[in-house]
Design a protein around this ligand. Structure first.
Ligand code: LMG
Ligand code: NDP
Ligand code: PMR
Length: 399
């Protein structure tokens, strides 16, 4: 398979729309290195400036078996500014990597109470503590995206907490590049697509109702995407390439029995399943935008945070890969970004007042300035997005 580098270069990036203060012109280069100098997005001004009535929502405080004991109101910041309240942001998979770093950045800003939605409560608690996140700024709630029952249970627990949801970040993911055989979620969907896409699909659909009730001035629903699902980039052309085909496997339930475990109906390939799931994430964000942005005012966005080559995402990869991948990304592709910096990028998409445009896939250039990136043909195919939506609705029991 010959890489058509020139066309990849030109199509990998897009000139951002005018008037977006932090969306900077990104000049193309093969390895994603920016050639231009741009002012970093102003991260200091914040949603705090957006006035919001302090709203004492003293909901029914039920015992939350899996939640830390924080009050069931969105609290004012510790500075005691009573007229302002923190936003409430759910981050899935906040027990490590990008999710943890973003939770930390958000919590430290003082503007957010972070609900860490995690499958391993103890791990999450330890992670929050060792990251130094202040107790009053986070709550851990149990969520296993590989079980739709757990997703529904999480939504119930959240509702019982009495909090109002302002931002949802769908961040959690699994990557199983060395698996020879597929593994499955509780409902029997192939694990990567089941967790990364279907679990988040149900979660987003259910929590959308909660977000509609929020009066927060800049409500956002963010789904983490990736360059590796985008075949208009060099990274997206490393085999196996993402390809959803005609969705026959997805329509068959990805169960590996009477249907393929792969969305396109092909042979199981763990690395491809992950990349396919990221395409679904990016398509879902756009479909949410088309269906709900106007009606709800919610900003829907996706992002590629950079290559965070040190995270737990690669835990299933062979040791040699884990050893070589970080220096490869640091010194050869120069796509490497630290967990901390990636966390700040995600926090920016959650909170930066200039990143309110909906339907956008954000990326960052070398100077860490955000820009609106262009998705691959498949990852921006509206017809495919609609089909993925409709099939997914059926699989998760919403249609
Ligand atoms: C496959 O594994 C699985 O087999 C497949 O099932 C699927 O899961 C797939 O995508 C998922 O992964 C691929 C994996 C296995 O291959 C790699 O890991 C290759 C990628 C990785 C990065 C290694 C580059 C090594 C470069 C060395 C850099 C060292 C750092 C230098 C910094 C110094 C600075 C002072 O295979 C392996 O893991 C075996 C890896 C063996 C690597 C042998 C190195 C070969 C050298 C090739 C260099 C290629 C560099 C290309 C650079 C191109 C830049 C445009
Ligand atoms: P990590 O493995 O560090 O984090 C993934 C998180 O997801 C962990 O907290 C993990 O929980 C959680 N998780 C996995 N399965 C489930 C589940 N069934 N239910 C609930 N939570 C679950 O990886 P990253 O931080 O790298 O990945 C975060 C996001 O960033 C992903 O969406 C990934 O696709 C994306 N991304 C990552 C890139 C990178 O280079 N690392 C590049 C581009 C995108 P636990 O701690 O219990 O394992
Ligand atoms: Mg990639 C511009 C070059 C670039 C970037 C930004 C990435 C990101 N990768 C690049 C290039 C290459 N990669 C090249 C030239 C190779 C062949 C040596 C290569 C290989 C490679 C492998 C084997 N890359 C990988 C893998 C993985 O297993 C990772 C993966 O696909 O996970 C799904 C991965 C990644 N490369 C990236 C990024 C961001 C990843 C992982 C994370 C992700 O998309 O979530």
């Amino acid at each position: 398979m010959a890489l058509q580098a020139a066309s990849l270069v030109s199509s990998a990036f897009v000139v951002p729309k005018e008037g977006k203060s932090s969306a900077s012109l990104k000049e193309s280069s093969l390895l994603g290195v920016s050639l231009s100098d741009h002012v970093k997005a102003d991260f200091s001004s914040s949603a705090l400036k957006c006035k919001r009535e302090f709203n004492q929502r003293v909901g029914t405080v039920r015992a939350q078996s899996m939640a830390t004991a924080t009050p069931a109101v969105n609290r004012a910041s510790s500075e005691g500014k009573k007229t302002l309240t923190q936003g409430c942001c759910v981050v899935t998979g906040a027990s490590s990597g990008l999710g943890l770093a973003a939770a930390k950045a958000l919590a430290e800003s003082g503007k957010w109470h972070v609900i860490m939605a995690c499958r391993d409560f103890l791990k999450a608690e330890r992670a929050a503590k060792s990251a130094g996140i202040a107790k009053e700024n986070y709550t851990i709630m149990h969520l296993d995206l590989a079980s739709l029952d757990s997703v529904r249970q999480f939504v119930d627990t959240f509702r019982q907490s009495g909090r109002t949801l302002d931002v949802l970040v769908c961040n959690a993911a699994v990557y199983l590049p060395t698996a020879k055989e597929p593994t499955f979620t509780a409902e029997g969907f192939e694990l990567s697509v089941g967790t990364n896409h279907l679990g988040h699909f149900l979660l987003s659909r259910l929590l959308l109702e909660d977000m509609k009730k929020s009066d927060y001035p800049s409500k956002r629903l963010i789904i983490v995407g990736s360059i590796t699902g985008n075949t208009n980039t060099l990274a997206g052309n490393v085999p196996p390439k993402a390809n959803l085909g005609d969705l026959r496997g997805l329509a068959g339930g990805l169960n590996g029995l009477n249907s393929s475990a792969m969305i396109d109906g092909g042979e199981f390939d763990g690395a491809k399943a992950y990349k396919d799931s990221k395409v679904c994430n990016m398509l879902t964000m756009q479909e949410l935008h088309r269906r709900f942005h106007e009606e709800t005012g919610i900003t829907f966005a996706s992002l590629y945070p950079g290559c965070i080559a040190t995270t737990g995402l690669f835990r299933e990869h062979i040791p040699l890969f884990r050893l070589l991948f970080p220096p490869f990304q640091k010194y050869i592709t120069k796509g490497f970004v630290s967990e901390e910096d990636a966390g700040k990028r995600l926090a920016q998409v959650v909170s930066d007042p200039s990143l309110t445009k909906s339907g956008v896939y954000w990326s960052w250039n070398k100077n860490s300035a955000s820009f609106e990136n262009q998705l691959s043909q498949e990852a921006s195919d509206a017809e495919k997005a609609r089909k993925v939506w409709e099939v997914s609705e059926k699989l998760v029991g919403l249609a």
